[in-house]
Ligand binder design. Structure first.
Ligand code: NAD
Length: 337
C-alpha cells in the first residue's frame, strides 16, 4: 500500500504546496494532519476524506504513535521547531521528512540524526531540487564533463520580504535571515554542481538595520566557498531583491539554470566554448513533479531499506557550512572547514 504521511504545520508550504501533491504520488498518501488551528485541520481533513482520528494538535501529536495509518511525519513548521518535532516523531516510531533548513544549528541536527537512528527510523530533508528535472540534468551534465573541469559556480537566491512580523524575520523562529531561507539553495547548488565538499569559506554581510524587516536577521549575505579541486563558488542570498540563478563554468563551457530552483518554469542552458548557448530540455525526473518525486523517494527508501539521497547527514553538512558562513561574516575572516 502507499505509505501514509502526517503533515505537521498547515501553512503555505505544508497545506498550499505539499498536500495537493499526493495526487501526483505513486507510493505516498495523506494519512493525517497536525495543526494548532482545529477548524483548519477539520476542514483539510474533510476535503481529503480523513477521519476525525487523523487530526492532531501540537499537544496530542505524540499519540500519532498509536496510528498505524501514519508511516511518515513531514515537518513543515518554522525552522526553530524542526528539531523538536523530528525528535518527537522518531520517538513515536515514525519515519521523518523535515523541511529545509534541517534545523537552526548543527548541534540540533546531530540530535535529530541520533533520535532517528535510536528509533531505527529514516530521516530525509525536503531538498526538492534533487528530484527536479532541470537540476538533475544540470548535475548530470556537470559530472559528465559537459563543461569540462568546473572552475567556478555562481548562485544567487533571493526574494523581497514584506511584512516585518513574519516568523522568517524573527530570529527565535527562523534561526537567521536570507541565508537560512533561500541561501541554502545557493549553498546546495555550489555543492551539487561541483560534486565536492568545501574546505574554506569567506563571507560578507550587508543589512540595513534601520529597515524594520531586518532588526533581527540579515538581508544580503555573500559567501565564497573553496573546493579541494581549486574550484570556487560565489554565492549570495537576500531578502530585498528577486533572484534565482545557478551557473557552473568549466574549462570547456558552461551550464546555467535561470530560474533555477522554482516550483516550476525552470530553464537550463548549456554552452561549449565558441558556440551559441542552447536551451536544454531535460528527461523527466523520478516523479510526475519534483514534490511527488521527493515524497515517493522516502516511501521507496523505507520499503527497500535504502538511505534517502538527501538524508539527515546532508542537512547537517549544510548547517555546519551555514554556521561557518555566519562566523566568517561576523569575524571578517576566512574560516577553514
Ligand atoms: P508558514 O508560515 O506559511 O507556515 C508555518 C506553519 O507553522 C503555519 O501553519 C503556522 O500556523 C505553524 N506554526 C506553528 N507554530 C508556529 C509559530 N510559533 N510561529 C509561526 N508559525 C507557527 O511557513 P512555510 O512557508 O509553510 O514554511 C514552513 C517550513 O517549510 C519552513 O521550514 C520553510 O523553510 C519550509 N519551506 C520550504 C520550501 C521548499 O521549497 N522546500 C518552501 C517554503 C517553505
Amino acid at each position: 500500500r502507499p505509505l501514509g504521511y502526517a503533515i505537521v504545520g498547515l501553512g503555505m508550504y505544508g497545506l498550499g504546496v505539499i498536500i495537493p501533491q499526493f495526487a501526483n504520488c505513486a507510493h505516498s498518501r495523506l494519512a493525517a494532519v497536525v495543526s494548532g488551528d482545529p477548524a483548519k485541520a477539520r476542514r483539510v481533513a474533510a476535503e481529503h476524506g480523513l477521519p476525525e482520528s487523523a487530526i492532531y494538535s501540537y499537544e496530542t501529536f505524540d499519540r500519532i504513535r498509536d496510528n498505524p495509518d501514519v508511516d511518515i511525519v513531514y515537518v513543515c513548521l518554522p525552522n526553530s521547531m524542526h528539531a523538536e518535532y523530528v525528535i518527537r516523531a522518531a520517538r513515536a516510531g515514525k519515519h521523518v521528512m523535515c523541511e529545509k533548513p534541517m534545523a537552526v544549528s548543527a548541534a540540533e541536527c546531530v540530535r535529530m540524526i541520533a533520535a532517528c537512528k535510536a528509533a531505527n527510523r529514516k530521516l530525509m530533508i525536503g531538498y526538492r531540487c534533487h528530484f527536479e528535472p532541470f537540476n538533475l540534468e544540470a548535475m548530470r551534465l556537470a559530472r559528465s564533463g559537459a563543461a569540462g573541469r568546473i572552475r567556478y559556480v555562481r548562485s544567487e537566491h533571493g526574494f523581497i520580504q514584506g511584512d516585518p512580523s513574519k516568523w522568517r524575520l524573527r530570529r527565535a523562529l527562523s534561526g537567521g535571515g536570507s541565508l537560512m531561507d533561500m541561501g541554502i539553495y545557493a549553498l546546495q547548488a555550489a555543492r551539487y554542481m561541483t560534486g565536492e565538499e568545501p574546505v574554506a569559506v569567506q563571507a560578507l554581510e550587508s543589512t540595513d538595520r534601520t529597515d524594520p524587516r531586518f532588526h533581527e536577521v540579515e538581508d544580503q549575505i555573500d559567501w565564497q566557498l573553496l573546493f579541494p579541486s581549486g574550484a570556487v563558488a560565489g554565492c549570495k542570498s537576500m531578502y530585498s531583491a528577486n533572484q534565482n540563478h545557478i551557473i557552473a563554468v568549466g574549462d570547456k563551457g558552461r551550464i546555467e539554470l535561470e530560474p533555477a530552483t522554482r516550483y516550476d518554469g525552470n530553464h537550463l542552458w548549456t554552452g561549449r566554448d565558441g558556440r551559441e548557448h542552447e536551451t536544454t530540455s531535460p528527461p523527466p525526473g523520478p516523479g510526475r513533479t519534483q514534490f511527488a518525486g521527493q515524497l515517493d523517494h522516502l516511501a521507496e527508501c523505507i520499503a527497500s531499506g535504502r538511505e534517502p539521497i538527501v538524508s539527515g547527514e546532508e542537512g547537517l553538512r549544510d548547517l555546519r557550512i551555514i554556521e561557518a558562513i555566519y562566523r566568517s561574516a561576523r569575524e571578517g575572516r576566512r574560516i577553514e572547514l
